[in-house]
Write a protein that binds this ligand. Structure first.
Ligand SMILES: Cc1cc2nc3c(=O)[nH]c(=O)nc-3n(C[C@H](O)[C@H](O)[C@H](O)COP(=O)(O)OP(=O)(O)OC[C@H]3O[C@@H](n4cnc5c(N)ncnc54)[C@H](O)[C@@H]3O)c2cc1C
Length: 511
Protein backbone atom coordinates (compact mmCIF):
# COMPACT_ATOMS: atom_id res chain seq x y z
CA UNK A 1 0.00 0.00 0.00
CA UNK A 2 2.82 2.37 0.90
CA UNK A 3 4.47 1.60 -2.43
CA UNK A 4 1.16 2.40 -4.16
CA UNK A 5 0.91 5.79 -2.45
CA UNK A 6 4.36 6.94 -3.50
CA UNK A 7 3.86 5.72 -7.09
CA UNK A 8 3.39 8.34 -9.77
CA UNK A 9 0.90 7.46 -12.46
CA UNK A 10 0.86 8.68 -16.02
CA UNK A 11 -2.83 9.48 -15.74
CA UNK A 12 -5.38 9.52 -12.94
CA UNK A 13 -8.95 9.23 -14.20
CA UNK A 14 -11.66 10.47 -11.83
CA UNK A 15 -14.90 8.58 -12.47
CA UNK A 16 -15.73 5.40 -14.36
CA UNK A 17 -18.56 6.62 -16.58
CA UNK A 18 -18.09 5.68 -20.24
CA UNK A 19 -15.97 8.79 -20.92
CA UNK A 20 -13.58 7.80 -18.12
CA UNK A 21 -13.52 4.09 -18.96
CA UNK A 22 -12.80 4.56 -22.66
CA UNK A 23 -10.05 7.13 -22.01
CA UNK A 24 -8.52 4.87 -19.34
CA UNK A 25 -8.76 1.73 -21.50
CA UNK A 26 -7.10 3.31 -24.53
CA UNK A 27 -4.30 4.85 -22.46
CA UNK A 28 -3.71 1.54 -20.64
CA UNK A 29 -3.60 -0.30 -23.95
CA UNK A 30 -0.86 2.06 -25.13
CA UNK A 31 1.23 1.17 -22.07
CA UNK A 32 0.42 4.15 -19.86
CA UNK A 33 0.20 3.69 -16.12
CA UNK A 34 -3.42 4.40 -15.20
CA UNK A 35 -5.23 4.85 -11.90
CA UNK A 36 -9.00 5.15 -12.03
CA UNK A 37 -10.93 6.33 -8.96
CA UNK A 38 -14.65 5.60 -8.77
CA UNK A 39 -16.83 6.64 -5.85
CA UNK A 40 -19.32 3.81 -6.45
CA UNK A 41 -18.73 0.05 -6.07
CA UNK A 42 -19.35 -0.74 -9.75
CA UNK A 43 -18.11 0.81 -12.99
CA UNK A 44 -20.16 2.71 -15.57
CA UNK A 45 -21.90 5.70 -13.98
CA UNK A 46 -25.17 5.76 -15.89
CA UNK A 47 -23.91 2.79 -17.96
CA UNK A 48 -24.65 0.55 -15.04
CA UNK A 49 -27.22 -1.91 -13.74
CA UNK A 50 -28.40 -3.27 -10.45
CA UNK A 51 -30.35 -6.35 -9.49
CA UNK A 52 -33.74 -6.18 -7.81
CA UNK A 53 -35.82 -9.33 -7.15
CA UNK A 54 -33.95 -11.27 -9.86
CA UNK A 55 -34.55 -8.52 -12.40
CA UNK A 56 -31.71 -6.46 -13.83
CA UNK A 57 -32.38 -2.74 -13.91
CA UNK A 58 -30.47 -0.76 -16.51
CA UNK A 59 -29.91 2.74 -15.19
CA UNK A 60 -29.00 4.54 -18.36
CA UNK A 61 -29.44 2.61 -21.58
CA UNK A 62 -32.60 2.25 -23.58
CA UNK A 63 -31.01 2.08 -27.02
CA UNK A 64 -27.60 2.76 -28.48
CA UNK A 65 -27.40 4.46 -31.86
CA UNK A 66 -24.97 3.95 -34.74
CA UNK A 67 -23.30 0.53 -35.03
CA UNK A 68 -23.24 0.88 -38.82
CA UNK A 69 -20.13 -0.08 -40.74
CA UNK A 70 -18.35 3.29 -40.59
CA UNK A 71 -19.57 4.28 -37.13
CA UNK A 72 -16.43 5.36 -35.20
CA UNK A 73 -17.59 3.22 -32.24
CA UNK A 74 -16.85 0.08 -34.22
CA UNK A 75 -13.13 0.90 -34.46
CA UNK A 76 -13.05 1.84 -30.77
CA UNK A 77 -14.83 -1.35 -29.70
CA UNK A 78 -12.51 -3.46 -31.86
CA UNK A 79 -9.44 -1.77 -30.41
CA UNK A 80 -10.65 -2.27 -26.84
CA UNK A 81 -11.84 -5.90 -27.31
CA UNK A 82 -15.45 -4.97 -26.59
CA UNK A 83 -16.86 -7.38 -29.17
CA UNK A 84 -15.26 -10.33 -27.31
CA UNK A 85 -17.38 -9.62 -24.25
CA UNK A 86 -20.44 -7.68 -25.30
CA UNK A 87 -23.28 -8.72 -27.58
CA UNK A 88 -25.39 -6.07 -29.28
CA UNK A 89 -28.98 -6.90 -30.15
CA UNK A 90 -30.67 -4.98 -32.96
CA UNK A 91 -34.06 -3.61 -32.00
CA UNK A 92 -36.50 -5.16 -34.48
CA UNK A 93 -39.68 -3.16 -33.92
CA UNK A 94 -38.83 0.08 -35.75
CA UNK A 95 -37.66 3.38 -34.27
CA UNK A 96 -40.75 3.83 -32.08
CA UNK A 97 -44.51 3.79 -31.87
CA UNK A 98 -45.94 7.31 -31.55
CA UNK A 99 -49.30 7.79 -29.93
CA UNK A 100 -51.26 10.88 -28.83
CA UNK A 101 -54.92 9.78 -29.29
CA UNK A 102 -55.11 11.73 -32.58
CA UNK A 103 -52.40 9.62 -34.18
CA UNK A 104 -51.03 6.15 -33.44
CA UNK A 105 -48.43 4.73 -35.78
CA UNK A 106 -44.92 3.27 -36.07
CA UNK A 107 -42.01 5.49 -37.06
CA UNK A 108 -39.74 2.99 -38.84
CA UNK A 109 -35.97 3.06 -38.37
CA UNK A 110 -34.93 3.35 -42.01
CA UNK A 111 -35.20 6.67 -43.82
CA UNK A 112 -36.95 5.16 -46.83
CA UNK A 113 -39.62 3.38 -44.78
CA UNK A 114 -40.03 6.39 -42.50
CA UNK A 115 -40.70 8.65 -45.48
CA UNK A 116 -43.35 6.20 -46.74
CA UNK A 117 -44.99 5.76 -43.36
CA UNK A 118 -45.00 9.49 -42.52
CA UNK A 119 -46.38 10.31 -45.97
CA UNK A 120 -49.21 7.80 -45.44
CA UNK A 121 -50.05 9.53 -42.17
CA UNK A 122 -49.60 13.10 -43.45
CA UNK A 123 -50.08 13.00 -47.26
CA UNK A 124 -50.30 16.80 -47.57
CA UNK A 125 -46.75 17.04 -46.12
CA UNK A 126 -45.07 14.71 -48.65
CA UNK A 127 -42.75 17.34 -50.14
CA UNK A 128 -41.69 18.68 -46.74
CA UNK A 129 -41.04 15.15 -45.43
CA UNK A 130 -38.72 14.39 -48.35
CA UNK A 131 -36.89 17.70 -47.95
CA UNK A 132 -36.55 17.18 -44.19
CA UNK A 133 -34.88 13.80 -44.64
CA UNK A 134 -32.58 15.26 -47.29
CA UNK A 135 -31.59 18.07 -44.93
CA UNK A 136 -30.79 15.82 -41.96
CA UNK A 137 -28.73 13.55 -44.22
CA UNK A 138 -26.81 16.48 -45.68
CA UNK A 139 -26.20 17.89 -42.22
CA UNK A 140 -24.80 14.53 -41.09
CA UNK A 141 -22.59 14.25 -44.17
CA UNK A 142 -21.28 17.80 -43.77
CA UNK A 143 -20.70 17.52 -40.03
CA UNK A 144 -18.81 14.27 -40.43
CA UNK A 145 -16.69 15.78 -43.21
CA UNK A 146 -15.20 18.49 -41.00
CA UNK A 147 -11.58 17.42 -40.45
CA UNK A 148 -10.64 16.30 -36.95
CA UNK A 149 -7.23 17.95 -36.76
CA UNK A 150 -7.09 21.58 -35.69
CA UNK A 151 -4.57 22.30 -38.42
CA UNK A 152 -6.87 21.05 -41.18
CA UNK A 153 -9.84 22.77 -39.55
CA UNK A 154 -7.98 26.08 -39.77
CA UNK A 155 -7.36 25.49 -43.49
CA UNK A 156 -10.92 24.35 -44.22
CA UNK A 157 -12.51 27.04 -41.98
CA UNK A 158 -12.94 29.80 -44.61
CA UNK A 159 -14.48 27.33 -47.09
CA UNK A 160 -17.10 25.87 -44.73
CA UNK A 161 -19.92 28.10 -46.11
CA UNK A 162 -19.20 26.70 -49.60
CA UNK A 163 -18.16 23.11 -48.89
CA UNK A 164 -20.48 22.37 -45.98
CA UNK A 165 -23.19 24.99 -46.43
CA UNK A 166 -25.79 23.22 -44.26
CA UNK A 167 -23.66 23.85 -41.15
CA UNK A 168 -23.79 27.66 -41.18
CA UNK A 169 -27.38 27.43 -42.42
CA UNK A 170 -28.56 25.41 -39.41
CA UNK A 171 -25.81 26.09 -36.86
CA UNK A 172 -27.70 29.00 -35.30
CA UNK A 173 -31.14 27.38 -35.43
CA UNK A 174 -33.15 25.18 -33.09
CA UNK A 175 -34.79 21.80 -33.70
CA UNK A 176 -38.15 23.60 -33.49
CA UNK A 177 -37.13 25.95 -36.31
CA UNK A 178 -36.01 22.96 -38.38
CA UNK A 179 -39.43 21.30 -38.02
CA UNK A 180 -41.26 24.60 -38.65
CA UNK A 181 -39.35 25.11 -41.89
CA UNK A 182 -40.51 21.84 -43.44
CA UNK A 183 -43.88 21.03 -41.83
CA UNK A 184 -47.22 22.68 -41.14
CA UNK A 185 -48.91 19.78 -39.36
CA UNK A 186 -48.15 19.96 -35.63
CA UNK A 187 -48.79 16.22 -35.09
CA UNK A 188 -46.10 15.44 -37.64
CA UNK A 189 -43.67 17.72 -35.78
CA UNK A 190 -44.62 16.11 -32.47
CA UNK A 191 -44.21 12.62 -33.89
CA UNK A 192 -40.74 13.34 -35.27
CA UNK A 193 -39.76 15.03 -32.01
CA UNK A 194 -40.92 11.93 -30.09
CA UNK A 195 -37.54 11.07 -28.57
CA UNK A 196 -36.63 14.64 -27.68
CA UNK A 197 -36.32 13.84 -23.97
CA UNK A 198 -32.96 12.17 -24.65
CA UNK A 199 -31.52 15.46 -25.99
CA UNK A 200 -33.37 18.42 -24.57
CA UNK A 201 -36.50 19.55 -22.80
CA UNK A 202 -37.44 22.35 -25.21
CA UNK A 203 -37.44 21.91 -29.02
CA UNK A 204 -37.06 25.68 -29.41
CA UNK A 205 -33.82 25.69 -27.42
CA UNK A 206 -32.34 22.38 -28.57
CA UNK A 207 -29.74 22.74 -31.34
CA UNK A 208 -31.14 21.79 -34.76
CA UNK A 209 -27.87 20.11 -35.73
CA UNK A 210 -27.76 17.93 -32.61
CA UNK A 211 -31.30 16.63 -33.14
CA UNK A 212 -30.78 16.22 -36.89
CA UNK A 213 -27.66 14.11 -36.29
CA UNK A 214 -29.45 12.01 -33.68
CA UNK A 215 -32.40 11.31 -35.96
CA UNK A 216 -30.28 10.70 -39.00
CA UNK A 217 -28.14 8.12 -37.19
CA UNK A 218 -31.24 6.20 -36.12
CA UNK A 219 -32.78 6.33 -39.60
CA UNK A 220 -29.51 5.00 -40.98
CA UNK A 221 -28.88 1.99 -38.77
CA UNK A 222 -31.70 1.72 -36.26
CA UNK A 223 -30.78 1.08 -32.64
CA UNK A 224 -29.26 -1.68 -30.55
CA UNK A 225 -29.30 -2.88 -26.97
CA UNK A 226 -26.57 -4.63 -25.01
CA UNK A 227 -27.57 -8.17 -23.99
CA UNK A 228 -27.53 -8.36 -20.20
CA UNK A 229 -27.51 -4.58 -19.81
CA UNK A 230 -25.16 -1.64 -20.24
CA UNK A 231 -23.02 -2.74 -17.29
CA UNK A 232 -21.61 -5.49 -19.54
CA UNK A 233 -19.95 -2.79 -21.62
CA UNK A 234 -18.66 -1.02 -18.51
CA UNK A 235 -17.21 -4.22 -17.02
CA UNK A 236 -15.63 -5.11 -20.35
CA UNK A 237 -13.81 -1.74 -20.39
CA UNK A 238 -12.93 -1.86 -16.67
CA UNK A 239 -11.47 -5.37 -17.01
CA UNK A 240 -9.55 -4.26 -20.08
CA UNK A 241 -7.91 -1.49 -18.02
CA UNK A 242 -6.89 -3.99 -15.34
CA UNK A 243 -5.66 -6.56 -17.89
CA UNK A 244 -3.45 -3.82 -19.36
CA UNK A 245 -1.79 -3.02 -16.06
CA UNK A 246 -4.14 -0.28 -14.87
CA UNK A 247 -5.50 0.06 -11.34
CA UNK A 248 -9.12 0.76 -10.46
CA UNK A 249 -10.09 1.75 -6.94
CA UNK A 250 -13.83 1.53 -6.32
CA UNK A 251 -15.54 3.29 -3.42
CA UNK A 252 -13.01 6.12 -3.62
CA UNK A 253 -14.17 9.68 -4.12
CA UNK A 254 -11.76 12.33 -5.38
CA UNK A 255 -11.98 15.34 -3.05
CA UNK A 256 -9.25 17.60 -4.41
CA UNK A 257 -7.25 18.10 -7.56
CA UNK A 258 -3.87 19.33 -6.43
CA UNK A 259 -2.47 22.20 -8.48
CA UNK A 260 1.14 23.35 -8.20
CA UNK A 261 2.46 26.33 -10.13
CA UNK A 262 -0.61 26.28 -12.36
CA UNK A 263 -0.36 22.55 -13.17
CA UNK A 264 -2.61 19.71 -12.01
CA UNK A 265 -0.21 17.27 -10.35
CA UNK A 266 -2.29 14.92 -8.22
CA UNK A 267 -5.54 13.97 -6.58
CA UNK A 268 -6.69 13.59 -3.00
CA UNK A 269 -9.37 11.00 -2.36
CA UNK A 270 -11.28 9.37 0.47
CA UNK A 271 -13.05 6.07 0.94
CA UNK A 272 -16.82 6.29 0.51
CA UNK A 273 -17.24 3.27 2.77
CA UNK A 274 -15.83 4.93 5.87
CA UNK A 275 -17.12 8.06 7.54
CA UNK A 276 -14.39 10.68 8.05
CA UNK A 277 -11.83 8.30 6.57
CA UNK A 278 -8.22 9.13 5.87
CA UNK A 279 -7.38 11.45 2.96
CA UNK A 280 -4.99 9.78 0.50
CA UNK A 281 -2.92 11.50 -2.15
CA UNK A 282 -1.65 10.19 -5.49
CA UNK A 283 0.32 12.05 -8.14
CA UNK A 284 0.24 11.81 -11.92
CA UNK A 285 1.48 13.58 -15.01
CA UNK A 286 -2.10 14.17 -16.17
CA UNK A 287 -5.52 14.16 -14.58
CA UNK A 288 -8.67 13.29 -16.55
CA UNK A 289 -12.00 14.12 -15.00
CA UNK A 290 -15.01 12.06 -15.98
CA UNK A 291 -16.69 13.64 -12.96
CA UNK A 292 -18.84 16.61 -13.96
CA UNK A 293 -17.15 19.86 -14.94
CA UNK A 294 -19.17 21.89 -12.38
CA UNK A 295 -17.99 19.52 -9.63
CA UNK A 296 -14.39 20.01 -10.75
CA UNK A 297 -14.54 23.80 -10.73
CA UNK A 298 -16.69 24.20 -7.61
CA UNK A 299 -15.46 21.38 -5.38
CA UNK A 300 -12.25 19.80 -6.61
CA UNK A 301 -9.98 22.62 -7.81
CA UNK A 302 -8.47 25.19 -5.45
CA UNK A 303 -10.57 28.34 -5.57
CA UNK A 304 -7.84 30.72 -6.62
CA UNK A 305 -6.59 28.85 -9.69
CA UNK A 306 -9.77 28.85 -11.70
CA UNK A 307 -11.86 31.89 -10.86
CA UNK A 308 -12.59 32.95 -14.43
CA UNK A 309 -13.21 29.41 -15.62
CA UNK A 310 -15.50 28.76 -12.64
CA UNK A 311 -17.57 31.83 -13.48
CA UNK A 312 -17.87 30.68 -17.09
CA UNK A 313 -18.98 27.17 -16.06
CA UNK A 314 -21.44 28.36 -13.44
CA UNK A 315 -23.14 30.62 -16.00
CA UNK A 316 -23.71 27.73 -18.43
CA UNK A 317 -27.06 25.91 -18.74
CA UNK A 318 -27.15 22.41 -17.28
CA UNK A 319 -29.21 19.78 -19.11
CA UNK A 320 -32.49 18.42 -17.74
CA UNK A 321 -32.94 15.12 -15.94
CA UNK A 322 -35.28 12.16 -16.35
CA UNK A 323 -37.57 10.32 -13.98
CA UNK A 324 -37.81 6.57 -14.46
CA UNK A 325 -40.28 3.97 -13.24
CA UNK A 326 -38.66 0.57 -13.67
CA UNK A 327 -41.10 -2.34 -13.86
CA UNK A 328 -40.70 -6.09 -13.43
CA UNK A 329 -43.45 -8.26 -14.94
CA UNK A 330 -44.31 -11.88 -14.15
CA UNK A 331 -44.92 -12.36 -17.84
CA UNK A 332 -43.39 -11.22 -21.10
CA UNK A 333 -45.15 -8.05 -22.19
CA UNK A 334 -44.88 -9.30 -25.73
CA UNK A 335 -47.28 -12.08 -24.72
CA UNK A 336 -49.63 -9.45 -23.33
CA UNK A 337 -49.87 -7.99 -26.81
CA UNK A 338 -47.39 -5.14 -26.71
CA UNK A 339 -45.59 -4.93 -30.03
CA UNK A 340 -43.13 -2.04 -29.71
CA UNK A 341 -39.77 -1.79 -27.99
CA UNK A 342 -40.15 2.00 -27.66
CA UNK A 343 -43.52 3.70 -27.30
CA UNK A 344 -43.66 7.49 -27.26
CA UNK A 345 -46.79 8.66 -25.45
CA UNK A 346 -47.74 12.29 -25.93
CA UNK A 347 -50.52 13.80 -23.86
CA UNK A 348 -53.53 14.73 -25.98
CA UNK A 349 -53.34 18.28 -24.59
CA UNK A 350 -50.02 18.77 -26.35
CA UNK A 351 -51.23 20.25 -29.62
CA UNK A 352 -48.24 22.21 -30.91
CA UNK A 353 -44.53 21.54 -30.80
CA UNK A 354 -44.25 24.72 -28.74
CA UNK A 355 -46.35 23.01 -25.99
CA UNK A 356 -43.66 20.39 -25.37
CA UNK A 357 -41.48 22.44 -23.04
CA UNK A 358 -44.46 23.49 -20.88
CA UNK A 359 -45.67 19.91 -20.82
CA UNK A 360 -42.32 18.82 -19.36
CA UNK A 361 -43.04 21.01 -16.35
CA UNK A 362 -46.72 20.09 -16.04
CA UNK A 363 -48.55 17.64 -13.81
CA UNK A 364 -47.21 14.08 -13.96
CA UNK A 365 -50.75 13.08 -14.97
CA UNK A 366 -50.21 14.94 -18.22
CA UNK A 367 -46.50 14.72 -18.84
CA UNK A 368 -45.38 13.05 -22.08
CA UNK A 369 -43.50 9.81 -21.49
CA UNK A 370 -41.63 7.02 -23.23
CA UNK A 371 -42.02 3.34 -22.41
CA UNK A 372 -39.30 0.84 -23.27
CA UNK A 373 -40.35 -2.83 -23.31
CA UNK A 374 -37.22 -4.96 -23.04
CA UNK A 375 -39.26 -8.15 -23.70
CA UNK A 376 -39.27 -7.30 -27.41
CA UNK A 377 -35.63 -8.47 -27.62
CA UNK A 378 -33.37 -11.03 -26.00
CA UNK A 379 -32.34 -8.43 -23.40
CA UNK A 380 -31.45 -10.97 -20.67
CA UNK A 381 -32.68 -8.59 -18.00
CA UNK A 382 -35.34 -10.87 -16.51
CA UNK A 383 -35.65 -14.56 -15.55
CA UNK A 384 -37.12 -16.80 -18.22
CA UNK A 385 -40.81 -16.07 -18.90
CA UNK A 386 -40.67 -12.72 -17.10
CA UNK A 387 -39.80 -9.27 -18.43
CA UNK A 388 -38.82 -5.72 -17.58
CA UNK A 389 -39.73 -2.29 -18.85
CA UNK A 390 -39.02 1.32 -18.03
CA UNK A 391 -41.08 4.51 -18.16
CA UNK A 392 -39.17 7.79 -18.66
CA UNK A 393 -40.31 11.36 -18.47
CA UNK A 394 -38.47 14.68 -18.36
CA UNK A 395 -38.02 15.86 -14.80
CA UNK A 396 -36.04 18.27 -12.63
CA UNK A 397 -34.14 17.98 -9.37
CA UNK A 398 -36.07 20.93 -7.90
CA UNK A 399 -39.20 18.71 -7.79
CA UNK A 400 -37.46 16.30 -5.41
CA UNK A 401 -34.50 17.80 -3.61
CA UNK A 402 -36.11 19.37 -0.53
CA UNK A 403 -38.40 16.48 0.41
CA UNK A 404 -37.95 14.67 3.73
CA UNK A 405 -37.22 10.94 3.62
CA UNK A 406 -40.90 10.01 4.10
CA UNK A 407 -42.19 12.64 1.69
CA UNK A 408 -39.70 11.38 -0.87
CA UNK A 409 -40.82 7.76 -0.52
CA UNK A 410 -44.50 8.73 -0.68
CA UNK A 411 -44.08 10.99 -3.71
CA UNK A 412 -42.17 8.27 -5.57
CA UNK A 413 -45.01 5.82 -4.92
CA UNK A 414 -47.63 8.33 -5.99
CA UNK A 415 -45.82 9.08 -9.26
CA UNK A 416 -45.26 5.38 -9.97
CA UNK A 417 -49.02 4.72 -9.64
CA UNK A 418 -49.81 7.59 -12.00
CA UNK A 419 -47.52 6.29 -14.72
CA UNK A 420 -48.52 2.64 -14.24
CA UNK A 421 -52.16 3.67 -14.64
CA UNK A 422 -51.35 5.70 -17.73
CA UNK A 423 -49.35 2.82 -19.20
CA UNK A 424 -52.15 0.36 -18.55
CA UNK A 425 -54.35 2.44 -20.85
CA UNK A 426 -52.04 1.17 -23.61
CA UNK A 427 -51.42 -2.37 -22.32
CA UNK A 428 -54.68 -3.22 -20.49
CA UNK A 429 -53.70 -6.37 -18.52
CA UNK A 430 -50.40 -5.01 -17.36
CA UNK A 431 -51.17 -4.17 -13.71
CA UNK A 432 -51.91 -7.73 -12.56
CA UNK A 433 -48.54 -8.89 -13.92
CA UNK A 434 -46.37 -6.31 -12.15
CA UNK A 435 -44.07 -7.97 -9.63
CA UNK A 436 -42.11 -4.88 -8.59
CA UNK A 437 -41.54 -1.25 -9.44
CA UNK A 438 -38.68 1.03 -8.61
CA UNK A 439 -38.57 4.80 -9.13
CA UNK A 440 -35.36 6.62 -10.02
CA UNK A 441 -35.71 10.39 -9.73
CA UNK A 442 -33.36 13.23 -10.68
CA UNK A 443 -32.28 13.07 -7.02
CA UNK A 444 -31.36 9.38 -7.38
CA UNK A 445 -29.31 10.25 -10.45
CA UNK A 446 -27.57 13.14 -8.74
CA UNK A 447 -26.72 11.01 -5.70
CA UNK A 448 -25.45 8.14 -7.84
CA UNK A 449 -23.26 10.07 -10.30
CA UNK A 450 -22.88 13.52 -8.66
CA UNK A 451 -23.99 15.10 -11.93
CA UNK A 452 -25.58 18.48 -11.04
CA UNK A 453 -29.38 18.45 -11.47
CA UNK A 454 -29.09 14.68 -12.09
CA UNK A 455 -28.61 15.53 -15.75
CA UNK A 456 -27.94 12.81 -18.29
CA UNK A 457 -26.39 15.16 -20.85
CA UNK A 458 -23.96 17.47 -19.07
CA UNK A 459 -24.45 21.01 -20.36
CA UNK A 460 -27.77 21.50 -22.16
CA UNK A 461 -27.61 21.10 -25.94
CA UNK A 462 -28.42 24.72 -26.67
CA UNK A 463 -26.95 26.38 -29.75
CA UNK A 464 -24.36 28.14 -27.60
CA UNK A 465 -23.26 24.88 -25.96
CA UNK A 466 -23.33 22.38 -28.85
CA UNK A 467 -21.03 21.25 -31.61
CA UNK A 468 -17.87 23.32 -31.95
CA UNK A 469 -19.18 25.61 -29.16
CA UNK A 470 -19.12 22.78 -26.62
CA UNK A 471 -16.46 22.80 -23.93
CA UNK A 472 -13.29 21.08 -25.11
CA UNK A 473 -11.51 18.23 -23.39
CA UNK A 474 -8.37 20.28 -22.59
CA UNK A 475 -9.09 22.49 -19.60
CA UNK A 476 -7.53 25.91 -18.95
CA UNK A 477 -5.57 24.31 -16.07
CA UNK A 478 -2.41 22.69 -17.37
CA UNK A 479 -2.43 18.88 -17.39
CA UNK A 480 -6.13 18.66 -16.54
CA UNK A 481 -8.52 17.18 -19.10
CA UNK A 482 -12.22 16.39 -19.18
CA UNK A 483 -13.83 13.31 -20.67
CA UNK A 484 -17.56 13.01 -20.19
CA UNK A 485 -20.98 14.11 -21.39
CA UNK A 486 -20.03 17.63 -20.32
CA UNK A 487 -17.49 18.08 -23.11
CA UNK A 488 -17.47 17.75 -26.89
CA UNK A 489 -19.40 16.08 -28.48
CA UNK A 490 -21.82 15.69 -25.52
CA UNK A 491 -24.07 13.20 -23.71
CA UNK A 492 -25.28 9.72 -24.64
CA UNK A 493 -23.34 6.49 -25.09
CA UNK A 494 -21.88 7.25 -28.52
CA UNK A 495 -20.79 10.77 -27.63
CA UNK A 496 -19.17 9.92 -24.30
CA UNK A 497 -17.36 6.96 -25.87
CA UNK A 498 -16.06 9.33 -28.53
CA UNK A 499 -15.13 11.93 -25.88
CA UNK A 500 -13.07 9.31 -24.02
CA UNK A 501 -11.32 8.22 -27.19
CA UNK A 502 -10.49 11.79 -28.25
CA UNK A 503 -9.20 12.63 -24.81
CA UNK A 504 -6.89 9.58 -24.84
CA UNK A 505 -5.63 10.48 -28.32
CA UNK A 506 -4.74 13.98 -27.16
CA UNK A 507 -2.88 12.67 -24.12
CA UNK A 508 -1.03 10.05 -26.14
CA UNK A 509 0.57 12.87 -28.14
CA UNK A 510 1.98 14.24 -24.89
CA UNK A 511 2.93 11.13 -22.92
C1 LIG B 1 -32.39 7.20 -17.58
C2 LIG B 1 -31.33 7.41 -18.63
C3 LIG B 1 -31.51 6.86 -19.87
C4 LIG B 1 -30.55 7.03 -20.86
N1 LIG B 1 -30.73 6.42 -22.06
C5 LIG B 1 -29.75 6.51 -22.99
C6 LIG B 1 -29.88 5.80 -24.20
O1 LIG B 1 -30.84 5.08 -24.41
N2 LIG B 1 -28.89 5.93 -25.12
C7 LIG B 1 -27.78 6.70 -24.91
O2 LIG B 1 -26.91 6.77 -25.77
N3 LIG B 1 -27.63 7.39 -23.75
C8 LIG B 1 -28.58 7.30 -22.78
N4 LIG B 1 -28.44 7.97 -21.60
C9 LIG B 1 -27.30 8.90 -21.42
C10 LIG B 1 -26.01 8.20 -21.07
O3 LIG B 1 -26.24 7.13 -20.18
C11 LIG B 1 -25.03 9.21 -20.45
O4 LIG B 1 -24.98 10.41 -21.20
C12 LIG B 1 -23.59 8.68 -20.37
O5 LIG B 1 -23.57 7.34 -19.90
C13 LIG B 1 -22.78 9.59 -19.45
O6 LIG B 1 -21.45 9.13 -19.36
P1 LIG B 1 -20.30 9.97 -18.68
O7 LIG B 1 -19.01 9.46 -19.20
O8 LIG B 1 -20.56 11.42 -18.81
O9 LIG B 1 -20.30 9.57 -17.13
P2 LIG B 1 -21.43 9.40 -16.01
O10 LIG B 1 -22.32 8.27 -16.39
O11 LIG B 1 -22.03 10.70 -15.68
O12 LIG B 1 -20.55 8.89 -14.80
C14 LIG B 1 -19.69 9.71 -14.05
C15 LIG B 1 -18.95 8.80 -13.08
O13 LIG B 1 -18.06 9.57 -12.28
C16 LIG B 1 -18.16 9.14 -10.92
N5 LIG B 1 -17.75 10.26 -10.07
C17 LIG B 1 -18.32 11.50 -10.00
N6 LIG B 1 -17.63 12.27 -9.15
C18 LIG B 1 -16.63 11.52 -8.66
C19 LIG B 1 -15.57 11.77 -7.73
N7 LIG B 1 -15.42 12.95 -7.13
N8 LIG B 1 -14.70 10.76 -7.44
C20 LIG B 1 -14.83 9.54 -8.03
N9 LIG B 1 -15.82 9.25 -8.91
C21 LIG B 1 -16.70 10.24 -9.23
C22 LIG B 1 -19.63 8.76 -10.77
O14 LIG B 1 -19.83 7.90 -9.67
C23 LIG B 1 -19.88 8.07 -12.11
O15 LIG B 1 -19.54 6.72 -12.07
C24 LIG B 1 -29.38 7.79 -20.58
C25 LIG B 1 -29.19 8.33 -19.30
C26 LIG B 1 -30.15 8.15 -18.33
C27 LIG B 1 -29.93 8.72 -16.96
Amino acid sequence: MLLFLIMTFDVIVIGSGLGGLVAGAKLAKEGKKILLLEQESTPGGYASCFILNDYIIDLGLHAIDGMYERDPKIEIFEDLDVFFNVEFEKIPTGFYRFTNKRKDFIVPDSAEEAITSLTEQFPEEEKGIKKFFKTINTLTKHTHSIPRSKFLQAIVGPFVPILFSSIPQWGGKTAGELFDKYFKNEDLKLALAGTIQYYGDDPYKLSAIIFALALSSRFKAGTHYIKGGSVKLSYSLANFIIEHGGTILFNRRATNIIVKRGRAVGVEYVSTKRKAGKVNRVDAKYIVSNASVPQVVNDLLPEKVNKKFRQQINKADVGHSILNVFLGFKKSLKELGNTSYTTVVNNEGVINLADVSTNHKSDYEKRNFIFVDYSQIDSRLAPSGKSTGVISTVDYLENWKDLSKNEYIEKKKEIAYIFIRRLSELIPDLVQHIEYFYVSTPRTKYEYTLNPQGTLLGFAYTIKQSGMNRLKSKSPIKNLYFSSAWTFPGGGFSSTIWAGWQCAEQLLKKL
